[in-house]
Design a protein around this ligand. Structure first.
Ligand code: FES
Ligand code: FE
Length: 463
């Protein structure tokens, strides 16, 4: 394909400098670039829309966004989940003006055309006068449908009907995601509807940070080491203002822009057991510290769903924070409690583009379906306090993105660059059981740089 050029003559491939690992700031504010992203990224790849537990029953629906398009996410009578453009095929009115609901008939409020939850055209008022016309058949008048996949209950959809499968899109990263989303018999579910708030920022400011930027934690979230249970000084655990031990681990980069931070658990396990983790079996480690969001009673389920290598990684350096390209962040993190124990928190954010300088931050709180009521309550409360729309952590992050977006509009600012020059060059730790592009050590820029490389490829139309 021809390389797209912006109105001022800039070629899209010049926005990402492969030699110096820099990205032009203007990418964070330019309306032309934004329009191209809606076509070439959100119009083509798999986009996250929600969790199937949000539409558990026949007729349930939620309204979400795939880039700049509103979509209906529905469940039909057969139990299948569908994603369709939220636009009437008559004159383009929005089919659902609600956020969520239940109906077997979606009726357009303009002239009353009606559609089934699977998108089929049901009929139009004054049917005997054939008000849908003689040119098109009823079959042709159904809603525009996207291709849908469910992964661990997460709903993804794409307009690229014949494109790569979702598994191909995840690639090697799937081995790591499976440890989080496909680890138990009954899987995850949402704890209520998602929280939402609008941030005056370009979606990529949040998106590239979600590609596993661990570094900012030391400064932007410095308070994590200074207040409450976080600040308690444990045996080499950090605390007392020092978050740096949490910066070590293995980071997973992906040619498709996905990213994971696998953080070393050794200190936590040593503190909980008083023993050297290298002397403990996988079972002993799981008993001392079950994966975030699980109880010791649920641990036997892991063996049914995960390989030995995954169990080894899960008890050594489990994935705790990561992103799914282009706009999803998730955390499976351990929150310290006053009594020295930890409570797992599972959160998932989507940064939905709302124009070149606006995004909607959508936050889902998740739990294992099998988690006991007491744990669910704690998870809901602590995840909201930290990672919710008014959460202590997210108030920090959402403060930076608007400044970057505004700065990228400046006559001088737009000519500056984002820099991704901290390179690992370390490779995987010895004995690491997982696939993919792995680097160990202190958190670096590699995962985010891969995020931009995939962004560039998509924008150039290379894939
Ligand atoms: Fe929907 Fe006319 S636009 S029925
Ligand atoms: Fe952050």
């Amino acid at each position: 394909p021809t390389i797209p050029t912006l109105a001022d003559g800039t070629r899209i491939d010049d926005l990402v400098n492969l030699a110096t690992r820099e990205v032009q700031m203007r990418t964070l504010s330019d309306p032309e670039i934004y329009e191209l992203e809606m076509e070439r990224i959100f119009g083509r790849i798999w986009v996250f829309l929600g969790h199937e537990s949000e539409v558990p029953n026949s007729g349930d629906f939620v309204v979400r966004d795939m880039g700049s398009d509103s979509v209906l996410v529905t469940r039909d009578k057969s139990g299948e989940v569908h994603v369709m453009l939220n636009m009437c095929t008559h004159r383009g009115m929005r089919i659902s003006t609600l956020d969520a609901g239940n109906t077997q008939i979606h009726t357009c409020i303009y002239h009353g055309w009606a559609f089934r939850p699977n998108g089929e055209f049901l009929g139009a008022p004054v049917e005997k006068e054939q008000m849908y016309g003689k040119i098109r058949t009823k079959q042709e008048l159904g809603l525009k449908r996207a291709r849908v996949t469910l992964y661990g209950g997460l709903i993804f959809a794409t307009w690229n009907i014949d494109g790569p499968s979702f598994e191909e899109f995840l690639g090697d990263a799937k081995w790591y995601y499976d440890m989080l989303f496909q680890r138990t018999d009954r899987g995850l579910e949402v704890l209520g509807p998602p929280q939402r708030f609008t941030v005056r920022a370009n979606w990529k400011a949040a998106g590239e940070q979600s590609a596993a930027d661990g570094y900012h934690t030391l400064t932007l979230h410095r308070w994590l080491g200074e207040v409450g249970n976080y600040s308690k000084k444990g045996d080499g655990e950090g605390g007392g203002g020092d978050l740096s031990p949490e910066m070590y681990g293995s980071e997973v980069s992906s040619p498709h822009g996905h990213a994971l931070r696998c953080i070393d658990l050794a200190r936590k396990i040593r503190r909980l057991t008083g023993k050297d983790p290298s002397q403990l079996s996988i079972e002993e480690k799981l008993a001392a510290l079950p994966p975030a969001g699980m109880t010791p009673e649920m641990v036997p389920q892991l063996k049914k769903h995960l390989s030995d290598g995954q169990l080894q990684a899960l008890t050594w350096m489990p994935p705790q924070v990561g992103g799914i390209f282009p706009n999803v962040l998730f955390g499976f993190v351990y929150i310290p409690q006053a009594d020295g124990s930890v409570v797992g928190s599972i959160t998932l954010h989507a940064y939905v583009p709302r124009g070149p300088d606006k995004l909607e931050f959508v936050n889902w709180i998740l739990t294992e379906k099998d988690a006991p009521a007491e744990l669910r309550d704690k998870m809901r409360k602590q995840t909201t306090q930290l990672f919710g729309t008014s959460g202590m952590v997210e108030q920090d992050d959402s403060d930076t993105w608007p400044h970057m977006t505004l700065g990228a509009k400046g006559a001088q600012g737009k000519k500056m660059t984002l820099k991704y020059q901290a390179v690992y060059e370390t490779g995987k730790p010895e004995g690491w059981p997982g696939p993919g592009i792995i680097n160990e050590g202190f958190t670096k820029d590699d995962t985010q740089w891969h995020w931009w490389l995939y962004w560039r490829q998509l924008m150039l139309g290379e894939i």
